[in-house]
Design a binder for this molecule. Structure first.
Ligand code: F6P
Length: 359
């Protein structure tokens, strides 16, 4: 193994730079490899100057830095690249062009740091002969085959701090505070931030909710003299029999954007006579420095990915299993996305301690 490439695809997540640093250090120190960074996800293969050498000097001081020094792109699917031609959006399959570029670069391995979309593309590129190792990244924690993705712990801590801060102002003003959290179709951030931040109601995509159940909880607390309540709602949550709320519909270029369910819940609560405010935490959950947990996990994943490449085990993803870094096939990891299960201990515990889950 002489030459390794690294790219970061999809939305960014805290810990990307820690993975890059660990991979470069392991590749250089242990295997005397040359490492190359690919800019802006798969797009870097199509750009002039999109591939740059990554040595020990380039990764110095990036362990604690959020974002990605390589840049990311979440619209860069090489099999369905959406571009404008003469003002009109069209979809192109540029995967063969990318495969050619990868071979031209004589890469012996390509590390792909990404979420389900990016890793699914990675698996498809493997079918075309590209030697890829995946590293599971996302704040949503929704990738199958691994206990946890890097970036999730940081987002969870940021969301918890937001709930802590909302508690004090909610209590002062006797208000119902609704906080909308990220996670797409997985409720891990809202569920666990809700538990750690003392939410009274948690609404997640996996459990369609009834508005009356939210109201019942607020009433129950009011009767006990608790004139304020905290509602943690996942952006993908939806009412039973209803649909998810989007802030932007999808089109030829953009995928649909979840957002707005917090406002829907807050307006309902106000109509029932309880003053309410909504906070949408948004990309704050993705920005800034990773937690110690994410730095360690990202470092372990980055180093393990290079060791896997050295063994020639491609079309695989590094994963955490029972606290141990292992590996799983990319096909398996991307077939069944991870979701909160109703039997999960966190769900059972939330119910037992009196948190309303809206069902
Ligand atoms: O997948 C990570 C995530 O932050 C989701 O939680 C969220 O729905 C989405 O990305 C936001 O994407 P964008 O950065 O494109 O707005």
């Amino acid at each position: 193994m002489k030459r390794i490439g690294i790219l970061t695809g999809g939305g960014d997540a805290p810990g990307l730079n820690a993975v890059i640093r660990a991979a470069v250090k392991t590749a250089v120190n242990e295997y005397q490899c040359q490492v190359f960074g690919v800019k802006d996800g798969y797009d870097g293969f199509l750009m002039d100057g999109g591939i740059l050498p990554l040595g020990l000097e380039e990764v110095r001081g990036i362990l604690a830095r959020g974002g990605t020094i390589l840049g990311a792109a979440n619209r860069g699917n090489p099999f369905a690249r959406k571009v404008f031609r003469r003002g009109k959006p069209i979809t192109l399959d540029v995967s063969d062009e990318i495969v050619k570029k990868i071979h031209k670069q004589k890469l012996d391995a390509l590390l792909v740091l990404g979420g389900d979309g990016t890793l699914h593309i990675a698996h498809e590129l493997c079918q075309k002969g590209v030697p890829i190792i995946g590293v599971p990244k996302t704040i949503d924690n929704d990738i199958g085959g691994t206990e946890v993705t890097f970036g999730y712990d940081t987002a969870l801590n940021i969301a918890t701090e937001a709930l802590d801060r909302l508690q004090t102002t909610a209590e002062s003003h006797h208000r119902v505070m609704v906080v909308e959290l990220m996670g797409r179709d997985a409720g891990f951030i809202a569920l666990n931030a809700g538990i750690s931040g003392g939410a009274d109601v948690i609404l997640i995509p996996e459990i369609p909710f009834k508005f009356e159940k939210i109201l019942a909880k607020i009433h129950e607390r009011a009767k006990r003299g608790r004139k304020f309540s905290i509602i943690a709602v996942s952006e993908g949550a939806k009412p039973a029999g209803g649909a998810q709320t989007f802030s932007r519909k999808g089109d030829e270029i953009y995928i649909p954007r979840l957002g707005g369910i917090g406002q829907v819940v807050a307006e309902y609560v106000e109509r029932q006579g309880f003053e309410s405010r909504v906070t949408v935490l948004g990309h704050i959950q993705r920005g800034g420095t990773p937690t110690a947990f994410d730095r360690v996990l990202a470092t372990r994943y980055g180093s393990a990915a290079v060791r896997l490449a050295a063994q020639g085990k491609f079309d695989r993803m590094v994963a955490l299993n029972g606290g141990v870094v292992t590996e799983i096939s990319l096909a398996k990891a991307t077939t069944h996305p991870k979701r909160v299960k109703l039997t999960d201990d966190a769900v059972v515990t939330a119910r037992k301690i009196g948190i309303a889950l809206g069902d």
